[in-house]
Write a protein that binds this ligand. Structure first.
Ligand code: SF4
Length: 78
């Protein structure tokens, strides 16, 4: 499934950290983040366009490791 509006980027060191991945999965109200069996992060791409731009993921992760982009706005980060 394609997404037209939103993309998220998570730095590899954050995505591979089970504590960060679990936190992201917990805070996102629309389940854009999930964890794999090994505890690493999985971005649930089919949910991306449900993003409500709440910034909870950005605040929950180490500074600078999560970027949420508005693809409809030239890719501007929120
Ligand atoms: S900004 Fe909010 S809704 Fe969007 S991915 Fe982050 S936590 Fe989820």
């Amino acid at each position: 499934m394609s997404n037209l509006f939103i993309d998220v980027e998570v730095a590899p060191e954050a995505a591979s950290d089970p504590a960060v991945a679990a936190k992201l999965a917990e805070v996102c109200p629309v389940d854009i983040y999930a964890t794999r069996e090994d505890g690493s992060l999985r971005v649930v791409r089919e949910n991306l366009d449900e993003c409500v731009l709440c910034r909870l993921c950005i605040d929950a992760a180490p500074a600078g490791t999560v970027t949420v982009r508005k693809l409809y706005d030239g890719g501007a980060a929120i």
